[in-house]
Design a binder for this molecule. Structure first.
Ligand SMILES: Nc1ncnc2c1ncn2[C@@H]1O[C@H](COP(=O)(O)OP(=O)(O)OP(=O)(O)O)[C@@H](O)[C@H]1O
Length: 293
């Protein structure tokens, strides 16, 4: 499989701040690549260097083996978190305006279909819901029919229904063999969409792999939850189980053994809940804090 983008030894220093510190990774053609990390990890700086918006202190970004240059904006699509949309323009007029910035554009009907814009094409930008606005911003990112699309926290602030709709649009784009670079604070989003993940913290890469690889590498155990009121405090203390407000969390490498232990101790199993580790748990384990905190 060929690398669409190769990031090699990238660093960006602002005086004594090492915003990005010798970061290297590859993004495969047609993959959805997730760049994750807590606030201040260096994600935006890395992405902006990849987009050619800012320059690196050292290192380089290669697109299909060639160094990023000023023509790159014609070949990539970017959905910024805070794109300012022109007041008094409708969605259709906005598509026309942005299309005029590029040499090559996708037919408008295709964009409308991919991003599901037909219901509000003649609506003023200011009257769009959060989900509709994000769909329009996605259409603007795709307007030049780019092979590579950058999505910066595209579902932040959307309700769960709108987020799921948006995920489907991203899956549709991926099905067209586009390469997607996604930053997100939502671990379920990364798990749903990303083929490969890089986790950054304090300017450095701390983990990299597919979601499945990362979870099986770091977690052999599952989590068992029980209502706190059902479990004898002495038993909790004896086993060092974790108390989380009104329930206890038991990390178990062998569910059968743990259930047998609970039954031996006559712990009622009503309300018992078993959960496999997810990317949120991984994030907490690696960085010491939850991504959404
Ligand atoms: N122009 C700048 N001048 C000085 N420091 C900067 C500049 N831009 C970023 N930084 C610092 O570099 C570090 C990385 O910032 P960056 O915005 O890349 O992080 P991030 O992972 O995108 O965070 P967030 O999730 O909050 O957007 C931070 O400590 C930030 O304060």
């Amino acid at each position: 499989m060929s690398a669409a983008i190769s990031v090699q030894g990238l660093s960006k220093h602002y005086q004594e701040v090492r915003a990005v510190d010798n970061v290297s990774f590859e993004v495969q053609q047609g993959h959805c690549f997730g760049l994750l990390g807590p606030n201040g990890a260096g994600k935006t700086t890395t992405i902006e260097i990849m987009e050619g918006i800012i320059s690196a202190t050292s290192g380089q970004v290669l697109y299909q083996g060639k160094a990023v240059d000023k023509h790159i904006s014609q070949q990539i699509g970017i959905q910024f978190q805070h794109t300012a949309l022109q007041d008094f323009l409708t969605v259709k007029e906005t598509l026309n305006l942005f299309a005029s910035f590029y040499d090559k554009t996708l037919p408008q009907e295709t964009l409308i279909e991919i991003c599901d814009l037909s219901d509000f094409l003649n609506r003023d930008n200011r009257l769009l819901s959060g989900g509709q606005r994000q769909r329009l911003l996605l259409a603007l990112a795709l307007i030049n029919d780019p092979q590579i699309v950058f999505l910066d926290e595209p579902t932040t602030g959307l309700d769960p229904h709108a987020r799921r709709n948006f995920w489907q649009l991203i899956k549709n784009i991926k099905a067209k063999n586009k390469t997607i670079i996604l930053t997100t604070h939502y671990m379920d989003e990364a798990e749903q969409l990303c083929d490969d993940i890089v986790i950054m913290d304090k300017g450095k890469i701390i983990e990299t792999g597919t979601p499945h690889q990362l979870l099986s590498k770091h977690f052999q155990e599952v989590f068992i939850y029980l209502p706190l009121a059902q479990v004898d405090p002495a038993l909790i203390e004896q086993h060092g189980w974790c108390v989380l407000s009104d329930r206890i969390e038991i990390s178990s490498g062998n569910v059968e053994q743990t259930l047998a232990l609970l039954m031996q101790n006559k712990v009622p199993l009503d309300g018992l809940h078993v959960k496999s580790a997810n990317l949120d748990d991984l994030f907490l384990k690696l960085t010491g804090h939850s991504l959404q905190s």
